[in-house]
Ligand binder design. Structure first.
Ligand SMILES: CC(C)(COP(=O)(O)OP(=O)(O)OC[C@H]1O[C@@H](n2cnc3c(N)ncnc32)[C@H](O)[C@@H]1OP(=O)(O)O)[C@@H](O)C(=O)NCCC(=O)NCCS
Length: 176
């Protein structure tokens, strides 16, 4: 039994697409998990972007986690790439496999939606367990000035990132 299955036997949780009625709970979880309102405001700005995928984790119908994917581009290429983030889990329920379940379900949804790869700017120790590795190892550069180890990518179709390039997130990321 892996850790996700183990915790599911202790407290059953699910993962589903976000509904409009979840927005307040998602705002609250992002604010609590990140210790401020910036990511909650970013999610409010991004969730309507074309190609976005927004999922929530639930326990007994209560929202306990959220993950967002938005469409990104590799400049000059037609590769369809999704950007993961922000993602957050209720601080009272972290380290129980909920974040992992949301990432894995999200990667499946991205594959189903036709994305060939997913990128993330995030914790360098967290995302490699899902197959992410440094973007630079694919020859990818992030539009944002971030340390090499926090910009990561994974191919959903082998080889789609092989020619590298500059990764640009949805312009809504840069609005203030
Ligand atoms: C990161 C986050 C979404 C993970 O959710 P979760 O439900 O706790 O994750 P899981 O239970 O699936 O996985 C737990 C693992 O994540 C690791 N982890 C959690 N936060 C981490 C962090 N900041 N850096 C590195 N690893 C982290 C834990 O060490 C644990 O590792 P282990 O299984 O080897 O012990 C959650 O901790 C969170 O909401 N953090 C605050 C917001 C945030 O940082 N979001 C991500 C931005 S990139």
């Amino acid at each position: 039994m892996n850790s996700v299955d183990l915790i599911k036997t202790i407290e059953e949780f699910g993962c589903r697409p976000e509904h409009v009625s979840d927005h307040d709970a998602v705002r609250q979880i992002n604010t609590q998990a990140f210790g401020g309102a910036s990511e909650a405001l970013l999610v409010d700005r991004l969730r309507g972007c074309p190609g976005s995928i927004s999922l929530v984790a639930t326990v007994a119908d209560a929202v306990v986690g959220h993950i967002l994917f938005t469409a990104a581009t590799v400049v000059g290429k037609d590769t369809r790439v999704a950007g993961l983030g922000p993602m957050a889990v209720d601080p009272l329920r972290q380290r129980r496999g909920i974040g992992s379940a949301m990432v894995l379900r999200g990667l499946d949804e991205c594959r189903r939606a036709g994305y060939g790869a997913v990128v993330v700017v995030g914790h360098a120790e967290y995302y490699p367990r899902f197959g992410f590795r440094r973007g630079s190892s694919f020859g990818l550069r992030c539009q944002f000035d971030v340390p090499d180890e926090v910009f990561m990518a994974t191919e959903l179709r082998p080889g789609v990132l092989s020619s590298g390039g500059e990764l640009q997130y949805d312009p809504a990321f840069s609005q203030t």
